[in-house]
Ligand binder design. Structure first.
Ligand code: MIC
Ligand code: SF4
Length: 647
């Protein structure tokens, strides 16, 4: 039996276990990336492991999230990151160099390699043929220290692309179609592998848009073949030597196969407040638009921005539209400047923001109250823009450009009626390249690590108690994202200060959570969270586990849990449990007194975990799906404690 690309790459990297979908495997990680919002904690944990140098082939530390410097916190964190990088053998990408995923694709991504990143959109690297996986900072720290990464051997879903996209219909619309098909839940443990003759019609940045937003489906990653198009892209980046061919065997077998005819793709949008809420743009035609944001790691490549520049050439932004652009990287910005696109965008009225996450994570350009905001980014979760009442729609750059001109949501194909031709931008044969914003590691002896007052020690967790006894501190519904659990935006500057950041837990859902949880903890009781389906969707931010741990949360009981968040809970000694019968969700309410007797004994020796609701006088069983290694971590009280016990 032949093999697909994912199987070929993973088998080359397996260090524990074997190719058996559904079973835990450990893989060697070749490359890592971190960004500043998750990076400070990752490097603090790396230091706590006593590591002296990274053991990977390549590790890069990006500064792209917390670039708004109001107050000293972010600037201090940047300096910490810069000195840590210099000391431990990590390349440091300075603020202003661009968004980690875009820059990594341009300058470092190599087909056939494994990449682990402390950001959920690390799968962007799948566009260049990497197995690129998002994880919590602690897992990335372990990988940098030379440890393997554990994952469930995936069920690979083959997506056969046929035909060619029509003008105005884009890679963004393809991935929105994928979201319509697969939704944002139920895909844990799967990987999308793209194939079919349609692949060759897509450039690397278009492929990267598709793999980037695979994260929204909850898959482990998405991977494209590495072909002549990949070679051309690497050549344009002066990295042809990094190219290897990657293709699936013709008789490769997959868990499932689906077909997408690119020629049938039409402009789509994800309406509030989930990337899985899909409609055609036509269905929303005429809706008044207040803000258009172009950028983010999904759609901020040279091609994306030049396309919009050409559409807007000689036009002006509608007076009611606030139009902002965050170019994906310094390279993109410099190239569109050299090729004239930047002038057209500025002249159309664009507000040029720095090459960073910016609006996407809600730490700048928050829209007005009740605004309709069209964004080329990947997430439109409630409140993520920084304005809770705003309505964020995810769209392609082409649909965004159409709204800039008209002030309305319109199908970009209708621009033809206004005499605007589809620009069909070609990628440059050679990008203008300037790597001067990377700082390369120095002589470690000479480096002193800078620690500003914002940097604290990572809080320690306690071993699993004999029994868990406490209260249901909060009960939430389905599809609770990590943005619901702990907001980013203006609060992100507290990422290195866990006690402070914890004050914002569940802020968007129930601002009383922190005080109630703290009271329960002070009363000597455990906090327990109850969730619905797909709890912990979205980002890789481990603070969604670390901050609850800090407040004494011992267990999360949900109908189902997402991959990265589950791993983060385990890393911080919080036991992830799922209802055996979903109906038992109705047997618990916020404030109920709960006991989980003999939990330690059950984890050690096996058996059934029972939840006793003392308030309601009912009892029910829950499942725990933990490998032996994960059980040991939970018993130890988290990964750092587990590693210490082992050494
Ligand atoms: C996001 O898009 O939600 C983020 C901000 O990039 C997060 C990481 C973080 O919270 O720092 C992610 O996607 O993992
Ligand atoms: Fe940054 Fe947004 Fe991409 Fe997250 S999704 S890495 S915040 S651009």
């Amino acid at each position: 039996m032949g093999k697909g690309i994912v199987q070929k790459i993973l088998e080359k990297h397996i260090v524990e276990g074997k190719w058996e979908p559904g079973k835990e495997i450990a893989i060697k990680i070749d490359h890592t990336l971190t960004q500043d919002a998750t990076g400070t904690m990752a490097y603090l944990q790396f230091e706590a492991m006593g590591a002296t140098k990274v053991k990977t082939e390549l590790s890069v530390s990006y500064v792209d999230h917390n670039t708004v410097q109001i107050g000293f916190e972010n600037a201090d964190d940047h300096k910490y990151l810069q000195t840590v990088a210099a000391k431990y053998g990590i390349i440091y990408s300075r603020a202003g160099n661009g968004i980690c995923h875009q820059v990594n694709l341009e300058r470092f991504g190599k087909p056939g390699k494994t990449l682990l990143g402390s950001d959920s959109h690390t799968p962007t690297g799948g566009g260049i043929g990497m197995v690129a996986i998002g994880a919590g900072g602690l897992d990335v720290a372990v990988a940098m220290a030379g440890g393997p990464f554990y994952l469930t051997c995936p069920n690979v879903i083959k997506v056969n692309l046929h035909g060619k996209l029509k003008p105005w219909c884009t890679a963004k619309d393809v991935v929105l179609k994928m979201l319509e098909t697969f939704t944002t839940k139920g895909n844990v443990g799967c990987i999308f592998e793209y194939g079919g003759e349609g692949v060759e019609t897509l450039s690397v940045p278009e492929r990267a848009t598709i793999t980037n937003m695979g994260a929204e489906c909850g898959v482990t990653t998405s991977v494209f073949p590495s072909d002549e198009t990949t070679k051309t892209f690497l050549k344009a980046q002066d990295r042809e030597k990094d190219w290897v061919e990657l293709k699936a065997d013709s008789d490769a077998e997959y868990s499932k196969e689906i077909d997408i005819d690119l020629s049938e793709i039409v402009p789509l949008t994800a309406y509030p407040h989930s990337p899985g809420n899909i409609k055609t743009v036509k269905e929303l035609e005429g809706m008044t638009v207040d803000q258009v944001c172009l950028g983010s790691c999904t759609n901020s490549s040279y091609k994306d921005l030049m396309t919009v520049a050409k559409i807007l050439k000689g036009k002006k932004a509608h007076p009611n539209v606030s139009f902002v652009i965050a170019p994906g990287s310094k390279q993109v910005l410099e190239n569109i400047a050299r090729d004239g696109g930047l002038t057209d965008l500025i002249s159309a009225g664009a507000r040029i923001a720095e090459s960073a996450c910016g609006f996407c994570i809600g730490n700048s350009q928050s829209p007005k109250t009740d605004a309709v905001s069209l964004r080329t980014s990947n997430r439109n979760f409630l409140g993520r823009s920084g304005t809770k009442s705003a309505q964020a729609y995810l769209v392609s750059p082409e649909t965004a450009a159409a709204a800039v001109i008209t002030g309305k949501m319109i199908d970009p194909r209708d621009l033809e009626k206004m005499g605007i031709k589809y620009p069909d931008v070609k990628m440059p044969e050679k990008f203008y390249i300037d790597d001067s914003m990377f700082i390369y590691p120095e002589d470690a002896e000479k480096v002193e690590i800078y620690r500003g007052p914002n940097i604290g020690d990572p809080p320690a967790s306690l071993p699993l108690p004999e029994e868990i006894s406490g209260e249901i501190t909060i009960k939430v519904g389905d599809k609770i994202t990590t943005d619901h659990i702990i907001p980013a935006g203006s609060k992100m500057k507290y990422r290195s200060n866990v006690p402070k950041y914890s004050e914002f837990l569940f802020e968007v859902v129930d601002p009383t959570f922190h005080d109630r949880a703290e009271k329960i903890q002070q009363d000597g009781k455990d906090n327990i969270i109850v969730g619905g389906l797909s709890y912990g969707q979205g980002s890789s931010r481990e603070h969604a586990a670390l901050c609850p741990m800090f407040l004494g949360v011992k267990a999360v009981i949900a109908k189902s849990l997402e991959r990265i968040h589950t791993a983060n809970l385990i890393n911080f000694g919080i036991i992830p449990l799922t209802f055996k019968n979903d109906g038992d969700y109705n047997k618990v309410e916020q404030g109920d007194n709960i006991e989980i007797p003999e939990i330690k004994n059950v984890i050690e020796t096996g058996g059934v975990i029972k939840i006793k609701n003392k308030t309601k006088g009912v009892e029910f069983e829950v499942d725990y799906n933990l490998s032996d290694r994960q059980k040991e971590i939970i018993l130890a009280g988290g990964t750092l404690a587990y590693m210490k016990n082992k050494s």
